[in-house]
Design a protein around this ligand. Structure first.
Ligand SMILES: Nc1nc2c(ncn2[C@@H]2O[C@H](COP(=O)(O)OP(=O)(O)OP(=O)(O)O)[C@@H](O)[C@H]2O)c(=O)[nH]1
Ligand SMILES: [Mg+2]
Length: 444
């Protein structure tokens, strides 16, 4: 495939709106568009008002056309954007004309991929483009915008330079071992401090990832405590089936809401109890897996039954997690036996205490959210590479401590350097790149 064949796509969402955008990128973009205009355009970055005709000369639409001359464009190539009326049919027609004129339909993310391949943005920034589009919370959006401006790229660059310094010192001593005396303690200090910085980055990063996907919250408890009622109440919607029969919920049911600007993915789970019912058993296993995966757990208790043996059993399973103890059905119970000072009292039925519960949840996830914000690591790929870099540098450090020769130590450090480059997309494999960009929508 020639890199510079001219691609075209509808860049606006599918549907009816005031305006649609059809964009082209590639050497022939301007030539193709001009063929169908009543008067050709040539001036870059200027809005031209034109009529656009199809191959048989019939009017398709009255349009606005902007030409972005390479390399000053999103992709770094010649680009043209056509703004037509926002109907599904008319937009499709504009696209068809461009295809007939010789442009090829773009694949998902191909514009951004070209921007990357043409050196306009590094891979971390390309990911940020997708994250800006997909951001579900103010915070996720802010992080994505920071990264688009280069926040994370600069940090990675900083770590990479530190590593280069270390490598340089080591390699000098390999090449000129007779003339240069290297200070071991200095190298040790440099490696330790780099490892320390990376470690804290990775720790915070694990939390940062939640910002893009949402903080996960599982509601668990014995059957019939009102878990499904609570889910429905939080979502303000009849999502889960509620009955007075214990063991109603069998599968994990999810819903998403925002509390105080934080995006939560809530799961209602099967009530946990001893049972012989095969389906219920599977449901309970799923509940336990859900608990493992969740950032925060609501341990839901029934104020009308008090703390029972079943509750004790569940409590053992969740007590090490980040959890909130919540007593439900306080509308029916005059006297609740709390098990801790922080217990929250609610009625999922009447809505009483819901505010306090939301506050408590925000408190429980505050650290996740705040540290995540600082880390700016927003994709699993980024985290994965940081971990690999860390592993290689710590290997090198182990060898260093054991007194291995520098040429051996430098092997792992070089690997780490390559991984930094892959993280930024300086070294890349075609299939990896394809996977990343295939998550984009067409036209981006
Ligand atoms: N009075 C009162 N009843 C409630 C409250 N919350 C739930 N219930 C009732 O308790 C019963 C069980 O509610 P569910 O939400 O189905 O309970 P669950 O925990 O999801 O139950 P399983 O799915 O079987 O584990 C239903 O009859 C609800 O109407 C509450 O706050 N007050
Ligand atoms: Mg239920």
């Amino acid at each position: 495939m020639r890199l510079r064949d001219t691609i075209v796509a509808i860049a606006s969402p599918h549907g009816t709106g005031a305006i649609s955008v059809v964009r082209l990128s590639g050497d022939e973009a301007l030539q193709i568009v001009n063929r169908f205009l009543n008067k050709p355009i040539s001036r870059p970055r200027y809005v031209h008002h034109r009529e656009l005709f199809d191959t048989s000369g019939s009017l398709v639409d009255e349009v606005l056309v902007v030409y972005y001359k390479a390399p000053k464009s999103y992709t770094g190539e010649d680009m043209v954007e056509i703004y037509c009326h926002g109907g599904i049919l008319v937009t499709q027609k504009v696209l068809d004309v461009m295809l007939a004129g010789g442009a090829r339909l773009a694949k998902n993310g191909e514009f951004t991929k070209r921007a990357f391949l043409n050196g306009k943005i590094d891979l971390v920034k390309a990911e940020a483009v997708l994250q800006v589009i997909e951001a579900k919370s103010e915070k996720a959006l802010k992080l994505a915008l920071d990264n688009l401006k280069g926040k994370l790229s600069e940090e990675i660059e900083f770590f990479r330079r530190k590593l280069l310094d270390i490598l340089a010192k080591i390699e000098v001593s390999i090449d000129y071992s007779d003339d240069v005396i290297v200070d071991d303690s200095e190298i040790r200090h440099d490696i330790v401090s780099l490892l320390e910085m990376l470690r804290s980055k990775i720790e915070m990063a694990g939390k940062g990832l939640h910002l893009s996907t949402g903080v996960t919250l599982a509601i668990v408890g014995k059957p019939n405590t009102g878990k499904s009622t609570l889910l429905n109440r939080l979502l303000n919607e009849d999502r889960a089936i509620v009955t007075d029969i214990p063991g109603t919920t069998r599968d994990v049911i999810r819903g998403e809401i925002k509390i105080g600007g934080v995006h939560f993915v809530i799961s209602d789970t099967a009530g946990v109890r001893e049972t012989e019912d095969v389906i219920e058993k599977i449901g309970i296993e799923r509940t336990l897996r859900e608990v493992q995966k969740s950032d925060v757990v609501i341990f839901l208790l029934d104020a009308t039954t008090g703390f029972t043996e079943d509750d004790q059993y569940i409590y053992e399973l969740i007590k090490e997690t980040n959890h909130v103890v919540v007593w439900n059905k306080v509308d029916l119970a005059s006297n609740v036996q709390r098990i801790g000072e922080d217990d929250v009292l609610i009625s999922a039925k009447t809505g009483e205490g819901l505010r306090a519960l939301e506050q408590k949840l925000l408190e429980k996830v505050r650290l996740i959210v705040e540290e995540g914000e600082l880390s700016h690591v927003t994709s699993k790929r980024q985290l994965e590479y940081l971990k690999r870099v860390y592993a290689n540098i710590s290997n090198a450090y182990d060898q260093f401590k054991k007194g291995y020769p520098f040429d051996v130590i430098s092997i792992d450090l070089r690997k780490a350097l390559e991984e930094f480059d892959e993280l930024l997309g300086r070294n890349y494999m075609e299939d990896l790149i394809d996977t990343i960009f295939s998550n984009f929508c067409v036209g981006k």
